[in-house]
Design a protein around this ligand. Structure first.
Ligand code: AMP
Ligand code: GLY
Length: 424
């Protein structure tokens, strides 16, 4: 098979690493890719959201399966256009990608089908939103409806903070059209975890759980980022809880989307809050997480490619994926300054000594190759994943590898996995 992976981050490196290992894969391309991906795939200089160019490339190169990494091209309808051109694609249609592209759409669907989630209201009028806040009190959560590069959510400790977030989105239009409508919702207490399932339009196949660290600083402090590290499985996600998440959250959503005539295909990433009343859905992402993908792929024992293909064209009900029992833990190295302004172009040395390709893998995110030198080329730059018998062991191995990497312009958190240490 000829496969094209769309994207150029750590998630896509992990996908390319897993797909390249499949005996079914004859040729692998990645658009636009990065310096690490170039070792697994032929990188093509097309941006991940250049939908028409991607379709033209896939036609010209007779691609059998396109695997879409990030959400932006999904929301823009890349899968619809590929399928219209007769090319199979892994990922949801634009209509189904609204589960991530519009938080209000997702909340209404949950409400209509009894999926447990935070109580909420949808607003375009600041006064009405503030009245909702006054009625419910703080803490309370204000969210831009659309995609806002991970910055559209405010967990407000006070009514004043909530009102300021309402004005920022609706009056000042800080998120542009993505914030022309907002969701205001109840603050959920508990522990966060993520659960992933492959979906083929009708059937959902559970994958595995993970937990990530969104804050930039040790102890989960400082501004939010795309994710500074992750591990899988999440010790809090017992088999019973996973079954409950499938039955009460994933399966009803898959059924509802099929009934609405917009069947969901691809990977469904359920962001959960595990509290006293059981699991509640915080958000849906219509793609693998980054860096969650970097801990899921190394735990997968089965060939990923037939499963991605089955999700794209139906047939997941016959599947049974096998996983290693061990834990995987990924530590992200970012350029100093991230998630604020950061420099590009510094050299990263020692990568070859850091990873052994078996228990430790150095996935690349924002890197480029300059005549054999690996240069930083983004905010999140590397994701070092290690396997271990426990989260503790995986953590020790990941940091031992990180300490062999020579990149003074980069930094990482030193406590990835702290919540799980001693529990898993
Ligand atoms: P989201 O972009 O929806 O994942 O929200 C970003 C982060 O905000 C989540 O990972 C949670 O940590 C937090 N969050 C979102 N919604 C809620 C909620 N209803 N209650 C508590 N925390 C929330
Ligand atoms: N790591 C969080 C995400 O991919 O959305």
């Amino acid at each position: 098979m000829r496969v094209l992976v769309v994207g150029g981050g750590g998630r896509e490196h992990a996908l390319c690493w897993a797909i390249a290992a499949s005996p079914l894969c004859d040729a692998l391309f990645c658009a636009p890719g990065n310096a690490g991906i170039a070792e697994e795939a032929e990188c093509v200089p097309i941006a991940a959201d250049a939908v028409d160019e991607l379709v033209a490339f896939a036609k010209r190169e007779k691609i059998d399966l396109v695997v879409v990494g990030p959400e932006a091209p999904l929301v823009l309808g890349l899968v619809d256009k590929l399928e219209a051109a007769g090319i199979r694609a892994f990922g949801p249609s634009a209509a189904a990608a609204r589960l991530e592209g519009s938080k209000g759409f997702m909340k209404d669907l949950c409400a209509a089908h009894g999926v447990p989630t935070a109580a909420y209201g949808r607003f375009r009028d600041p006064a009405a939103a503030k009245a909702f806040v006054a009625q419910h009190g703080a803490p309370i959560v204000v969210k831009a409806d659309g995609l806002a590069a991970g910055k559209g959510v405010t967990v407000a400790e006070t009514v004043e903070e909530a009102n300021a977030a309402i004005d920022a989105a609706l009056a000042e239009r800080r998120f542009g059209d993505a914030g022309a409508e907002i969701v205001v919702e109840e603050f959920l207490e508990g522990e966060e975890a993520s659960f992933f399932a492959l979906v083929d339009g009708k059937t959902a196949l559970p994958l595995a759980s993970a937990q990530d660290h969104k804050r930039v600083g040790d102890g989960d402090t400082g501004p939010n980022t795309g994710g500074m590290g992750a591990y899988s499985p999440a010790p809090i996600m017992t088999p019973a809880l996973e079954a409950e998440v499938m039955e009460r959250i994933v399966n009803p959503i898959v059924r509802a989307m099929a009934e609405a005539g917009t069947p969901y295909k691809g990977v469904l990433y359920a962001g959960l809050m595990i509290g006293k009343e059981g699991p509640k859905l915080i958000e849906i992402n219509v793609r693998f997480g980054d860096p969650e993908c970097q801990v899921l792929m190394p735990r997968l024992r089965s060939d990923i490619l037939p499963a991605l293909l089955a999700a794209a064209e139906g047939g997941l009900s016959h599947f049974d994926l096998r996983w290693i029992e061990q834990s995987a833990l990924c530590v992200v190295m970012a350029a100093k300054g991230y998630p604020g302004p950061y420099g590009k172009g510094s050299e990263i040395r020692g990568l070859a000594d850091a990873a052994d390709g078996q228990d430790v893998i150095a996935f690349h995110a924002g890197t480029r190759n300059d005549r054999g030198r690996i240069l930083a080329d983004g905010g999140r730059v590397l994701g070092v994943t290690a396997i271990g018998a426990s989260v503790d062991e995986a953590q020790r191995r990941a940091y031992a590898a990180i300490d062999r990497i020579d990149w003074p312009e980069g930094f990482c958190r030193r406590d990835i996995g702290w919540r799980a240490i001693g529990r898993g």
